[in-house]
Design a protein around this ligand. Structure first.
Ligand code: AMP
Ligand code: MN
Ligand code: MN
Length: 329
């Protein structure tokens, strides 16, 4: 496994090259979009040419971020770039096929991430699994290199870290996270406004989805496992966007006595997306996800696996039950 490069070495790459493509994982969340925008706008402030690509484009719920319209789907054919940078992306394939094709001429790949399961697929890797969000790593890189931090980077980094820490609540949140947030506020970030745009502006269909999900909610293992599910038909009925389910799992994770929450989602085409949240490090959901080819963090992990839904549910729930038995024995 290759070692992390130093932040200084990253700084040299930024200095020496001109054209960068910044990418993050499919179905992007706040950290995926925020860390790409946060670093990209800082590179542009250095006079660099930056492409901002996401396989699925910019989700509507993050369109409030300044200059987020720079985030595009990748071009259909490869273009000449000096450096490809993957951010917040646990495995290279999670960038998506179009991204990989568009960036296939890149002579140098940089991998900046905080997933413990990251296999360090870059030519240069900077993977810090102790960081609560890739956005915080981007902030530390910008600070340590003494780069200027444009307003767009400031807001993007804040949203990246806020969304990945459950609004600065999860145990991954450190003193450095709060110091970073304080610095961003000192730089003029409007906390009330940005949090309202991030958390108090949901489309009605998201609440309708919540109602559907609640109707499927079940507890297992003496109330230690809570799970719910979404059928493909529901996506069509409610005209759902991928981001509409983001964060809803926290509601069932919060049930008293629940140790692990699971969300099963039927994807168009028959694959199943599984999202897991644990309350306790002794039940490591990244290990369970890795067993099925997924990954993530100890307390938050995901899988894309074959269906049908009933089979995927049984396999994952059995595996979690086993993990619980080991943990509690
Ligand atoms: P999610 O449940 O989709 O919010 O994902 C939880 C965490 O696991 C995030 O940090 C994801 O990036 C990561 N993750 C989700 N799905 C996968 C997967 N199929 N492979 C690797 N990591 C994943
Ligand atoms: Mn992410
Ligand atoms: Mn992240």
């Amino acid at each position: 496994m290759s070692e992390n490069v130093t932040i200084q070495a990253l700084g040299e790459i930024f200095q020496q090259h001109q054209t960068f493509a910044l990418m993050s994982h499919v179905r992007p969340d706040g950290d995926a979009i925020g860390s790409v925008l946060g670093l990209g706008l800082a590179l542009e402030a250095m006079g660099k040419t930056v492409h901002y690509w996401n396989e699925d484009g910019l989700p509507d719920n993050l369109a409030f971020l300044p200059q987020s319209d720079k985030i595009k789907r990748p071009p259909a054919e490869p273009i000449a770039i000096d450096v490809a940078i993957a951010l917040d992306t646990a495995t290279k394939v999670r960038l998506g096929e179009s991204n990989l094709h568009a960036a296939s001429l890149a002579p140098l790949w940089v991998n900046i991430d905080h997933h413990i399961s990251n296999p360090r697929y870059g030519d240069m890797n900077f993977v810090d699994a102790t960081s609560p969000a890739t956005g915080q790593i981007v902030y530390e890189i910008i600070q340590e290199l003494g780069l200027s931090l444009p307003v767009g980077s400031r807001d993007a980094i804040y949203v990246a870290v806020s969304t990945d820490t459950g609004s600065f609540q999860y145990e991954s949140t450190t003193a450095n996270t709060y110091r970073m947030a304080a610095d961003l506020v000192d730089r003029g970030l409007l906390v009330g406004e940005i949090n309202a745009k991030t958390y108090d502006n949901h489309p009605y269909r998201r609440i309708e989805l919540m109602r559907e999900l609640l109707n499927t909610l079940e507890l297992k293992a003496d109330g230690k496992i809570a799970h719910w599910e979404m059928l493909d038909a529901t996506r069509e009925q409610l005209a759902l966007q991928p981001e509409d389910s983001e964060g809803l799992i926290d509601m069932i994770r919060a049930i008293q006595g629940v140790q692990v929450a699971v969300f099963f989602e039927e994807l168009p085409g028959g694959k199943i997306r599984v999202s897991m949240r644990s309350k306790d490090r002794s039940l490591n959901v990244c290990d369970v996800a890795s067993f099925f080819g997924g990954g993530g963090h100890a307390l938050a992990a995901g899988i894309r696996m074959s269906g049908p839904l009933a089979d995927a549910k049984q396999k994952v729930l059995d595996s979690l039950q086993q993990a619980l038995d080991t943990t509690n024995s």
